[in-house]
Ligand binder design. Structure first.
Ligand code: CMC
Length: 389
């Protein structure tokens, strides 16, 4: 192999050192900066967890307050940027709208693009955290033909996002604290996951010294695929298909096991977890709570539980160590909260943002950082001469 290691899909290659997130896939352990995910999900907030991931330690009360205030001050978008949303077809998927809008931030906020200027990196951090939920909510509002509301900075990040997504200009928006709490917790669970496809993409793009907006936008595109973040939308499509075609979960499982048409049980399996995904454990109980409270589609939840039960006792899944991952139950919760399916992966992106930023910043600080440039094994034609014609 000419001194080059062949490792398709980077199954075994560590491309970086990192002090942010620890995963033990065999034991089903996930920690951000040393803190177990279960404790953060129960006790922290998305804002606090974002601070933890980006700056390395939990903030003091004063630091958290200052961070919160800074983010609230940056929620407004340049007025002209709003016109941007009219440039897409109404039925556009909000993921490409979001990634385009995040790239567009680099044209309106040119004073925070330099990756070698710490103040500019800090400013783009705050701008992204504050503005990306607003961009996401606007992508949704445009798709349903409703007016874009201005952010209300008396609200925190998650409350603002809910109001911008569901509020109407002519009516006060009634916040449901149970939904806000549940969404906040889901965002914590998605906030980082070490060198997954989208995060590695952010690092790879950033390694060419591209600015943070460009790098995060690339991460959003990487997240959109159904093998990655797009799985949460794909799970719901799968459950609805089983329901509408009146398929028995057992028959669907046979199709999966026979690999008919390449069907996979979406929301199952993971490159690193060979055990129950610790995030899925927490999400499963939230799904029950939220669906009980909001009266979601119980039949879809029943189908999901039946699929899970069968998979966990089936040799095909046991021998391959396939367990439910973070995406298996989230779609059901998002749906019960009122989000359309197309928004599910956008919610994942909002959650993953602090992780992308933390990893991008860690890369910039790394003295061993080099431009990412994988090698290849060339398997094409050897030299041949262009014919005389
Ligand atoms: N349903 C049925 N079979 C599966 C599944 C599944 N969901 N996942 C893996 N397998 C089988 C696969 O066919 C292969 O079998 P065999 O050894 O007979 O060829 C074996 O398990 C190993 O699979 P792989 O594709 O080599 O594993 P990977 O580490 O490359 O892929 C994965 C990981 C997440 C892409 C894959 O499990 C998958 O496609 N899952 C469904 C999509 C999904 O839920 N993605 C979300 C991932 S978690 C959070 C996120 O990133 O968003």
């Amino acid at each position: 192999t000419g001194g080059v290691t062949y490792d398709p899909g980077f199954m075994n290659t560590a491309a970086t050192k990192s002090a942010i997130t620890f995963i033990d896939g065999d034991a089903g352990i996930l920690r951000y900066r040393g803190y177990p995910i279960e404790q953060l999900a129960e006790k922290s907030s998305f804002l606090e967890t974002s601070y933890l991931l980006i700056y390395g330690n939990l903030p003091s009360a004063t630091e958290l307050e200052a961070f919160d205030q800074k983010i609230r001050r940056h929620t407004l978008l340049h007025e002209e940027l709003k016109g941007f949303f009219g440039g897409f077809p109404r039925d556009a998927h909000p993921m490409p709208v979001l990634s385009s809008a995040v790239t567009a931030l680099s044209t309106w906020y040119q004073d925070s693009l330099d990756p070698f200027d710490e103040e500019q990196v800090e400013l783009s951090t705050i701008r992204l955290l504050a503005k990306m939920p607003v961009l996401a909510a606007y992508a949704h509002k445009k798709s349903i033909g409703q007016a874009l509301l201005y952010p209300d900075n008396s609200m925190n990040l998650v409350e603002n996002f809910m109001r911008l997504s569901f509020g109407l200009a002519a009516e006060p928006y009634e916040m449901d604290p149970v939904i806000v709490k549940a969404l906040d917790q889901l965002l914590i669970l998605h906030a980082d996951h070490e060198q997954n496809c989208s995060t590695s993409t952010v690092r790879l793009v950033g390694s060419s010294n591209a600015n943070m907006f460009a790098s995060v936008s690339a991460g959003i595109n990487a997240l959109s695929g159904p093998a990655h973040g797009g799985a949460n939308e794909a799970v719901l499509q799968m459950l609805r298909q089983i329901q509408s075609e009146g398929l028995k979960p057992a028959d669907f499982m046979e199709k999966v096991k026979n690999k008919e048409d390449g069907i996979r049980l979406m929301g199952f399996g993971h490159r690193v977890y060979k055990n129950y995904d610790p995030r899925a454990k927490i999400i499963k109980s939230t799904a029950h709570e939220i669906l009980n409270k909001l009266g979601g589609n119980d039949e879809l939840l029943d189908i999901a539980m039946s699929l899970e039960e069968r998979a966990l006792s089936d040799d095909y899944f046991i021998s391959r160590k396939l367990y439910p991952n973070v995406d298996f139950y989230t779609g059901l919760i998002y749906k019960a909260m009122g989000f359309p399916e197309k928004m599910f992966t956008v919610l994942f992106a909002i959650g993953r943002l602090p992780g992308w930023i933390a990893q991008y910043r860690e890369m910039l600080q790394d003295p061993e950082m080099k431009i990412g440039r994988p090698r290849q094994l060339f398997v094409g034609e050897t030299e041949r001469n262009y014919p005389n014609r």
